[in-house]
Design a protein around this ligand. Sequence first.
Ligand SMILES: C[S@@+](CC[C@H](N)C(=O)[O-])C[C@H]1O[C@@H](n2cnc3c(N)ncnc32)[C@H](O)[C@@H]1O
Ligand code: SF4
Length: 340
Amino acid sequence: MNAFAPVAVPPLVDPFGRAITYVRVSVTDRCDFRCAYCMSEDMNFLPKRDVLSLEEIDRLCSAFIRLGTRKLRITGGEPLVRRDIMTLFASLSRHLESGALEDLTLTTNGSQLARYAAELADRGVRRINVSLDTLDAAKFREITRWGDLDKVLAGLDAATRAGLKVKINVVALKGFNDGEAVSLIEWAHGRGYDLTFIEVMPLGSVEKERFDQYLPLTELRAALEARFTLVPSLYASGGPARYFDVHETGGRLGFITPLTHNFCESCNRVRVTCTGTLYMCLGQEDAADLRAPLRRSPSDDLLESAIRAAIARKPKGHDFLIERTGSHASTGRHMSVTGG
Ligand SMILES: C[S@@+](CC[C@H](N)C(=O)[O-])C[C@H]1O[C@@H](n2cnc3c(N)ncnc32)[C@H](O)[C@@H]1O
Ligand code: SF4
């Protein structure tokens, strides 16, 4: 063997044989919206010193990539409100160029996309998820509390002009947007976007009772099948969604059902918060601190061992429950903390 050949790094495989190849990194817990199912109106945000610098986030992502991560999703909070966020995309794009990373993407509320879409495309981002729960401007303001629908629509136009492929994420909310499901699908597919419905998850406490918001997607799907022909699709995004091709629109429709259908057996992902806390499962409390090893040494040895030790205890799965009598928050963390 060539003495100078690179040493193969053993990939990250958890105790259940699942290879961990997908990391979602939250770059901030802050946001310019206050979506009713995600945040309470008065949120306490983290002190800046606790939050990783963009350089530290780059080091952390690069360590995961060395350990076999092929897909990286930047999220938040709202990732595009973090100051100088484009420097992170610029530095991470080297991993796309080298071929070590297959996919660099982000989830955004779209409010800043008009400004950043072209630059994201320049940095190698090919597709993005944009969260949008209604096309009615007044309802949009009601659910996001602070959001402006026109800005998001302008951002989506900019994304299309920049050549970014868009997937719209819609949190299904009983009595709020269930009546709009058909028009949302027709609108998204008409514009060439995929669309995925997500069941609301019991994460962190918000003002409204979860039971009032929760709409099982089994119900929504049955209602949609009265209007559309849903053909099971072989497409797999590497995420938990199950996809269908909608015969009438020619577009793709996904359902993410953490409550009605648990998809943990194929879980390939972990999440890191903006303070460097690694959560091995969205619905469980166990976590590992990566900030201390990151800050303790300029070499990445401690960091890599901490990542390996954490993956070695990734749990088998989550168990969300939303019932009238049950406790409402399955974890105390809001989605904006763990990173959606
Ligand atoms: C936390 S946000 C972060 C990224 C960005 N701010 C956005 O809204 O797209 C990521 C995703 O989580 C979803 N989300 C937030 N809270 C949720 C909850 N309790 N249940 C299900 N989805 C939730 C949002 O709708 C969004 O699609
Ligand atoms: S879902 Fe996204 S946009 Fe809405 S409050 Fe949470 S982090 Fe902000």
